[in-house]
Design a binder for this molecule. Structure first.
Ligand SMILES: Nc1nc2c(ncn2[C@@H]2O[C@H](COP(=O)(O)OP(=O)(O)O[C@H]3O[C@H](CO)[C@@H](O)[C@H](O)[C@@H]3O)[C@@H](O)[C@H]2O)c(=O)[nH]1
Ligand SMILES: [Mg+2]
Length: 254
């Protein structure tokens, strides 16, 4: 059966999460869904046994592969690499650490048949934030979300769980997608030409990381501000940055 769905997972030191993620994902997809889906890990040379873990899963018959990068590092560029190497038309990005529970993937894929882009959102009725997520991460996340409001209507543009149709990805002008940042969903939401009204949303409860550590450090906040600056200029033009900041201030009620 032809591959329709490609699930791309950036990894750095995630050996212990690879097997449970693969097993839970393909179980959730079921027999028919699994036959038309591939799972691609894009690893930045972790050298922690992730490759061997994937090889063992391949021997068990799972359609999974791992791309190991040795000359590049970074979450967004890893995701883009996976997208460009994928066979499917329906692309999903998710984290390895099970904070994006694989059981939501079939629903997200179904929505992706009807929307050019589907954002996994933690800000919806009936879902909740990981209770172990520290207060400082919640505060930063809320602030970051507010600052992105003028850029997109998506309710959780900071999310690392999303889907995009490959033909939409191909519409990005050459070299515009920023592979340096780590908020790849936000970048795509701003730069792909689809209308905001067409964005689909997949509510999900943010899970708890039980193996390994978060890779995102405080430096990420500075990178995010730089990314926001670039996106404001991209969307509103350099001369409009001041007025868009005023718009933002009005929106968030400062
Ligand atoms: N290849 C590669 N993968 C990376 C890198 N840095 C992180 N990753 C992978 O990217 C995924 C997310 O990293 P975490 O370290 O688990 O991030 P987090 O602090 O939990 O933040 C996540 O949730 C936030 C809230 O939704 C998101 O904003 C953020 O993008 C990320 O998805 C994991 O699978 C991790 O291994 C890197 O430099 N290279
Ligand atoms: Mg995580």
């Amino acid at each position: 059966m032809a591959i329709e769905n490609s699930i791309v997972v950036p990894t750095y030191h995630e050996k212990l999460n690879i097997k449970p993620l693969t097993e839970r994902l393909f179980k959730a997809l079921g027999e028919e869904g699994s036959a038309k889906s591939e799972l691609i890990f894009v690893d930045d040379n972790s050298k922690d046994g992730s490759v061997e873990e994937v090889e063992a899963l391949q021997k068990k018959g799972y359609n999974v592969k791992i791309i190991v990068r040795t000359t590049e590092r970074g979450l967004s560029s890893a995701v883009l690499k996976g997208f460009y190497e994928s066979k499917g038309e329906y692309l999903v990005c998710m984290d390895a650490d099970l904070q994006h529970p694989p059981e939501y993937v079939p629903e997200l894929l179904a929505r992706l048949r009807m929307h050019p882009f589907v954002i996994g959102t933690r800000y919806a009725a009936g879902v909740e934030m990981d209770k172990d997520w520290p207060l400082y991460r919640r505060v930063i996340s809320s602030g970051a979300r507010m600052m992105a409001k003028p850029l997109t209507l998506a309710s959780d543009p900071m999310s690392g769980f999303f889907g995009v149709q490959k033909n939409e990805l191909a519409k990005a002008s050459e070299g515009t997608i920023d592979a340096k940042g780590f908020k790849i969903a936000l970048d795509l939401l701003v730069k792909l030409p689809f209308d905001d009204a067409l964005i689909g949303e997949q509510p999900f409860s943010f899970g708890v990381r039980t193996e390994g550590k978060s890779k995102l450090s405080s430096k990420v906040m500075i990178l995010y501000l730089a990314q926001l600056n670039e996106l404001y200029i991209y969307k509103f033009g350099a001369q409009n940055v001041i007025s868009s900041i005023i718009t933002w201030a009005l929106i968030v009620g400062i």
